[in-house]
Design a protein around this ligand. Structure first.
Ligand code: C2O
Length: 550
């Protein structure tokens, strides 16, 4: 096997967007950060040096980390943070995974600018036979004029109005619909008649996004580094933490501009207008327009025709339902047909009284927090994985496996109902090889948006989903146990549920949380322990020498 080595310096760098220059947290001075590209089966070593005063950690989102939980990255779950001036080398092997993932900081809200693509080239040819001219990472993100750590603080104390980024971005560029951004526009050159692969990553902190290219259809071939049964669509929806590979053919005749618009807009279902408008980039057909330094002119609104409306839940639902595993002889679908355990957990936003003499921006003068089964997760200032490995305690093993009370909130006073949450560090413990089903039930009285729930250390299969409350008798009868999508992040429908299944075959401590960063900070998270199996090959490896201490 080959070992691929990388060095990340986490450091401040002055960056300008939207007429604003500010120090931005970056890796090696790049925004978005550097691309990691390896081959399936490679050993990977990434030395991360923290060149700033705050703590940091980096997470390789979606990498299984089989037996190497020490390299997973979430602060206080699998490691103590890397302190200013210190380094830590993340070492792991990419086993039986191929495609597009992302890496990002996993400390506070640092991932708003500390993120990049993680590309795993396959050992075998692609299961689709179209010749691909080139493969292009498209990182969808956000630009904040404010200091993100300050926004985070504000949200934690008085939280708080939603998303307040100032622009969406395509590969770090907001595009011409925002002030001072003409020169900060992403342009992808294509040749007429050729097929391209876009590796689309949602690295935004707090929004699910729609992405489309005017007049072109997109063929989805992979999600979260798992091949899918190809299907064609006019737009995609991608939640924070999710990735989607699409193919498209440059087969249209452009107008005199020689360009087509590509665009990104949020998917939000109700109440809060989080809309920071639309980020636009361009496809430049090289046969029709030679390169020029001129800024591309603004598209007429009709040019956006492929982008769904911000509240288009019907599109979002249709799109999610089309995703299927390939389930071919080369890439079989390993969905557990039988389960050992079903855990039903609510995912909720809750309310808390405002600190004395303060004004809170949550709901009815209260501030928000969040929970799973009424447990608002508190990260201890220790590494849970290390404590588990050493048989120390910093947590309890009694995460409730069912919601505490009926999760039908119809007719319930949301303010009263949402004041009863407990704060703590309660974990679920699973014997090695448990076939588990987790039903994620959104009870939020504010059905604002989908909750993208991410499971660390495991891919899972989305066997069912729906609106309203999960019915333990009826709903399992309609599960897809043949070719359900396999992912690491599921967008649980607003006001609905999703059932996921996986084989808990990775010993260690694993975080589960909402990938809307705001919700994680408020406690919409839990963690589970997978015990070692009987074989040596089924146990967690010992911690590396340079593992940071708290
Ligand atoms: Cu992409 Cu726990 O994170």
């Amino acid at each position: 096997t080959t070992t691929q080595s990388f060095h990340f310096n986490v450091e401040w760098k002055k960056v300008s967007r939207l007429c604003h220059t500010k120090p931005l947290l970056t890796v090696n001075g790049e925004y978005p950060g550097p691309t990691i590209a390896v081959h399936e089966g490679d050993n990977v070593e990434i030395k991360v040096t923290n060149n700033m005063a705050m703590n940091t950690t980096i997470h390789w989102h979606g990498i299984r980390q089989l037996r190497t939980g020490w390299a997973d990255g979430p602060a206080y779950i699998t490691q103590c943070p890397i302190r200013g001036g210190q380094s830590y080398t993340y070492k792991f092997t990419v086993i039986d995974q191929r495609g597009t993932l992302l890496w990002h900081a996993h400390y506070g809200w640092q991932r708003s600018s500390v993120h990049g693509s993680f590309i795993i080239h396959p050992r075998m040819p692609y299961p689709f036979s179209v010749p691909i001219q080139s493969e292009v990472p498209i990182i969808l993100g956000e630009w904040w004029n404010a200091e993100v750590a300050a926004v985070e603080n504000e949200m934690m104390l008085y939280g708080g109005g939603p998303n307040s980024s100032d622009a969406y971005t395509i590969n770090g560029l907001p595009g011409p619909l925002y002030p001072c951004s003409n020169k900060d526009t992403y342009i992808q050159t294509v040749e007429h008649g050729k097929t391209y692969m876009l590796r689309i990553i949602n690295a935004a902190l707090n929004n699910e996004l729609f992405f489309a290219i005017a007049k072109h259809t997109l063929t989805v071939v992979e999600v979260d580094a798992v091949y899918t049964r190809p299907f064609t669509t006019t737009a995609i929806m991608v939640a924070p933490g999710q990735t989607t590979n699409v193919l498209f053919t440059a087969n249209r005749i452009p107008d005199s501009s020689g360009m087509f618009v590509m665009a990104v807009t949020p998917y939000i279902t109700s109440i809060f207008p989080f809309n920071n408008s639309t980020s636009v980039g361009f496809l430049r057909y090289s046969n029709f327009r030679t390169e020029t330094s001129e800024t591309p002119f603004l598209p007429r609104s009709s040019a956006f025709h492929n982008l769904p409306e911000m509240r288009d839940t019907a599109f979002a639902t249709r799109f999610s339902k089309k995703i299927r595993s390939l389930a071919s002889p080369e890439y079989p679908c390993h969905v557990p047909k039988k389960i050992d355990k079903r855990v039903i957990t609510t995912i909720s936003l809750n309310l808390q009284d405002c600190p004395a003499n303060k004004t809170c921006k949550g709901y009815e003068d209260k501030r928000f927090f969040a929970s799973m089964n009424n447990q608002s997760f508190v990260r201890p200032l220790k590494s849970i994985l290390e404590y588990h490995y050493k048989n120390f305690t910093a947590y309890s093993l009694d995460f409730p496996e069912k919601p505490p009370n009926a999760f039908d909130y119809t007719g319930v006073d949301p303010v009263k109902e949402n004041m009863n949450t407990e704060f703590g560090t309660r974990l679920l413990i699973l014997p090695y090889g448990t076939k588990i089903e987790i039903v994620l039930q959104d009870t939020g009285f504010l059905n604002v948006e989908n909750h993208p729930i991410h499971v660390h250390g495991h891919n899972f299969f989305i066997v069912g989903s729906g609106f309203g409350n999960f019915d333990a008798i009826k709903d399992p009868k309609n599960y897809n146990l043949v070719n359900p999508p396999e992912r690491n992040t599921v967008a649980v429908p607003a006001g609905g549920w999703a059932a996921i299944r996986f084989n808990a075959d990775n010993p260690g401590v694993w975080f589960i949380h909402c990938h809307l960063e705001e919700h994680t900070s408020w406690g919409l998270a839990m963690a589970f322990i997978v015990k070692n199996g009987p074989e040596q090959s089924q146990s967690l490896l010992p911690p590396p020498q340079d593992l940071p201490s708290c």
